[in-house]
Design a protein around this ligand. Structure first.
Ligand SMILES: C[S@@+](CC[C@H](N)C(=O)[O-])C[C@H]1O[C@@H](n2cnc3c(N)ncnc32)[C@H](O)[C@@H]1O
Ligand SMILES: [Zn+2]
Length: 171
């Protein structure tokens, strides 16, 4: 099993990037280069903003690519202090921070009854539909926040699904 602490110690410390101010107004948008579907980022009943289907999306389709700055654990530890997490675990010691250069996929909220799953191909992160998604439905991913990646604390879930586990973390 990967020794996460060791990787934290070994990670090359890049010069700390200037992070966007947490008080800056948020204008969620979808980068049309990252998707072939019409998607909308707008307020969500689950949390702040979410991403919604602007058209019917068939099952098993690559819905959108999750893009952002590629960072290691050490930098992820620093960025974890922000109120909302846009850090996506790709591989041991490798994360993508959607807060910087994100396609809009970083606004996809968590649900314990998800309609998209992650597909990591050659280091790139894609969200793939689990079933047909209707117009106006919110795109929802089961984050399965890992307890061993960046020592994530338990994060209470407000997805509202009958099968809600109560937390965004992996069971
Ligand atoms: C990648 S952001 C998702 C976009 C977020 N709604 C926004 O407007 O910035 C992840 C953050 O959204 C919140 N979030 C997403 N899904 C949630 C859920 N089911 N219950 C509670 N908070 C959630 C948590 O604060 C989490 O750290
Ligand atoms: Zn839930």
């Amino acid at each position: 099993m990967t020794n996460v602490r060791q990787e934290l110690v070994d990670a090359t410390a890049a010069a700390p990037a200037q992070l966007p101010s947490e008080n800056a107004p948020v204008k969620p948008r979808i980068d049309s280069a990252a998707t072939r579907f019409h998607l909308e980022a707008r307020p969500s009943p689950i949390h702040r903003f979410g991403v919604f289907a602007g058209q019917v999306i068939p099952a098993n389709a690559r819905v959108i690519e999750y893009t952002g700055e590629r960072i290691g654990y050490r930098e992820a530890e620093r960025r974890r202090e922000r109120p909302f997490l846009y850090l996506f675990w790709v591989a041991p010691g490798r994360l993508v921070d959607g807060a910087i250069g994100g396609s809009g996929a970083e606004f996809i909220n968590h649900s314990c009854a998800a309609n998209v799953v992650v597909d990591i191909a050659e280091g790139r992160v894609f969200f793939v539909s689990l079933r047909e998604i209707a117009i106006g439905e919110e795109l929802l991913l089961d984050y399965r926040v890992r307890a061993d990646d960046i020592d994530a604390p338990l994060m209470p879930c407000r997805c509202g699904a009958a099968s809600c586990r109560g937390f965004l973390n992996a069971p």
